[in-house]
Every structure is written in structure tokens, then in C-alpha cells.
Design a protein around this ligand. Structure first.
Ligand SMILES: Cc1cc2nc3c(=O)[nH]c(=O)nc-3n(C[C@H](O)[C@H](O)[C@H](O)COP(=O)(O)O)c2cc1C
Length: 184
């Protein structure tokens, strides 16, 4: 399996770190693309070095490189996750504005009818944000915001993050033992 992972400058880069770790554990080959602000935020928030993050990926592409493999529909992948997704990148994807490799790869994922999972993060959400999400949801893009569940009695930030990563992996049918599911 091959998945493109786009990381943008919304807060919550720890979700991307854990997702990349889980994909690697599951033998999924990843294409990692980070925006400038994703890099800044990862270092500040997640306390992980970019080298660590990049080491988890199968290959790393520069967000400015619109000639990278994932910018063409002829390069086949199993889909893409944008996590966390800023409102700026959400808007560019919803409007087909392919100004960088993350938005172009998402555009390709949509046009090829592949699975696109967006993990938008902002609060409060304006009508513009909501309209952009609705626009994507209506064409089959999965909108999976990082909203913590409490039925699993999380006792740490890691519990909360792992639960959300499980929800992201579920979108691709990848099993993940790190999240605690509700079983009645
Ligand atoms: C510490 C920090 C936290 C941010 N959190 C968010 C956020 O949660 N959601 C959002 O839409 N933008 C957030 N931003 C703003 C984005 O980084 C900014 O809009 C940027 O242009 C997004 O570009 P990108 O999508 O190419 O990464 C944050 C910026 C900083 C510095």
C-alpha cells in the first residue's frame, strides 16, 4: 500500500507524527510532503526533529516541487491524508487551486477518484471553513477532524492522539491496535 501524507501548518502536528509511525509499522509506503509552516510547528509543538519525521517516510517531497511523482495522476497511490489541514490548504483543495505539491497531490487524488482524507483543524469554524468542508464532503472526500473521544477514558495526550490516528487508519482499512475502541 502507498499513501501520500501532507502536513500543513495547523496546530496538531503530533497527529501526523503518530500517523507516520503507524503507517510505517503497518508496512505502508509513504510520500511525505510538509508545508513551510508544518515544519515550523512540528519543531515547536511535537518536540520531534524533522529528521525523525522524514525518516519515517518512504520518500520526502519538497512542497514547492510540482514535478514530484505525486503531482501526476499517472503515478498510482492508494490515497492521501492531509493532517493536520490548515484552513488555507483546505480552501486551496476545495477550490482546485494547486499552488503547491500538497494541494496538487490532493487535487490529483480527487480527480483520479482515490481516497482523500482531510483532518481540518481550526476553532471556531467560520462559514467559509464550513462551506469548504461541505464542498469536499459532497464529492466523497472524508473530513475527519481531530475531535477527541472520551468514551475510551483517555488518560494521556497520547491516548487522545492514538484514538484519532486509529480513525484515520480506519479510512484505509488498516488495523491499528493503539487506539481503544468502544465495544459496548
Ligand atoms: C502555532 C501556529 C498554529 C496554527 N494553527 C492553525 C490552525 O489550527 N488552523 C489553521 O487553519 N491555521 C493555523 N495556523 C496558521 C497557518 O499556519 C497559516 O495559515 C499557514 O499559511 C498555513 O499554510 P499551509 O497550509 O501551507 O501550511 C497556525 C499557525 C501557527 C504559527
Amino acid at each position: 500500500m502507498e499513501i501520500v501524507v501532507g502536513i500543513t501548518g495547523a496546530t496538531g502536528s503530533i497527529y501526523a507524527v503518530r500517523l507516520l509511525e503507524a503507517l510505517k509499522e503497518n508496512g505502508v509506503y509513504t510520500h511525505l510532503i510538509m508545508s513551510h509552516w508544518a515544519k515550523e510547528n512540528t519543531v515547536v509543538e511535537a518536540k520531534y526533529s524533522l529528521d525523525y519525521l522524514e525518516g519515517l517516510a518512504g520518500e520526502v517531497h519538497d512542497n514547492k516541487n510540482l514535478g514530484a511523482r505525486t503531482s501526476s495522476g499517472s503515478y498510482v497511490t492508494d490515497g492521501m491524508v492531509v493532517v493536520p489541514c490548515s484552513m488555507k490548504t483546505l480552501s486551496s483543495i476545495a477550490n482546485g487551486y494547486c499552488e503547491n505539491l500538497i494541494s496538487r497531490s490532493a487535487d490529483v487524488t480527487i480527480k483520479e477518484g482515490r481516497k482523500l482524507v482531510i483532518c481540518p483543524r481550526e476553532t471556531p469554524l467560520s462559514p467559509i471553513h464550513l462551506k469548504n468542508m461541505l464542498c469536499l464532503a459532497e464529492i466523497g472526500v472524508k473530513i475527519v477532524p481531530p475531535m477527541p473521544a472520551f468514551y475510551n477514558n483517555p488518560s494521556s495526550i497520547d491516548d487522545i492522539v492514538n484514538h484519532h490516528v486509529m480513525k484515520l487508519l480506519d479510512q484505509f482499512g488498516i488495523n491499528n491496535a493503539n487506539g481503544k475502541r468502544w465495544d459496548g
